[in-house]
Design a protein around this ligand. Structure first.
Ligand code: C5J
Length: 223
């Protein structure tokens, strides 16, 4: 008996095997979503990202119930910043750059309170957490090995921000042969117009980077 399910999506429905699908939650960290972190240091209204929290919670509940692999990522750097390229460190106002002290500890540094995943989306025991120094979740991480060892062929990519770390990860995954499904309401951006354009770019041209759907449609496919 086939265990495959079909999810309504653009540019066309996507059929996937939940046992070979991972939900990847990108960078739902205090540094991006709460005041006083990296996102706010760059002049952004971080409250805009909160729209993705409830849809991610609903999607995660359904995915966990279906026994799907759930993976979380965090963007951040070693305390000595040795894994941060100078070109990245140079950006932003000097007193608010990566590594500077902020209200949630040193900005975008591993082990600091701001680097933690938000409490609403805390990983369950056993769910891999991938620490990444770049925007894409494959660059300089063991995500590829984790996916390969679990026989994963499809990714459901959620998180923030749509046009930066979600998009970079989807592009990396697409080139590695993974089918990527992006539930748009489980992603958010500081720039609503970039969010919309980012989603359209994924599904355009016959799904050049993947498929776009939403949490309700994914959950309907799983039920
Ligand atoms: C950014 C991210 N925007 N997680 N990181 O710098 O999208």
């Amino acid at each position: 008996m086939s265990t495959r399910i079909t999810v309504d999506a653009l540019p066309q429905p996507l059929t996937l095997d939940p046992a070979r699908t991972a939900v990847v939650i990108i960078d739902m960290q205090r540094d991006f979503i709460e005041p006083g972190g990296f996102g706010e240091s760059l002049g952004n209204d971080v409250s805009l990202l909160r729209a993705a929290i409830a849809p991610c919670q609903a999607l995660l509940a359904g995915a966990r119930q279906a026994g799907m692999l759930v993976i979380h990522t965090r963007e951040g750097h070693r305390p000595d910043l040795s894994d941060a390229p100078p070109a990245k460190l140079e950006r932003g106002a000097p007193s608010l750059r990566i590594g500077a002290a902020g209200p949630m500890g040193r900005i975008l540094v591993r082990g600091e309170p701001g680097h933690e995943l938000i409490p609403e989306l805390r990983p369950l025991d056993g769910e891999p957490v991938i620490d990444k120094p770049g925007k894409g979740a494959f660059y300089a991480t063991d995500l590829g090995a984790v996916l390969q060892h679990r026989g994963i062929e499809t990714l459901i990519v959620c998180g923030v921000t749509t046009e930066v770390c979600v998009h970079t990860t989807v592009r990396e995954a697409n080139d590695r042969g993974y089918r990527c499904l992006v539930p748009g309401d489980c992603c958010a951006s500081y720039f609503p117009e970039f969010h919309e354009a980012g989603l359209r770019m994924i599904a355009a041209q016959g799904g050049i980077f993947g498929w776009v759907s939403d949490s309700e449609r994914v959950l309907a496919g799983l039920s």
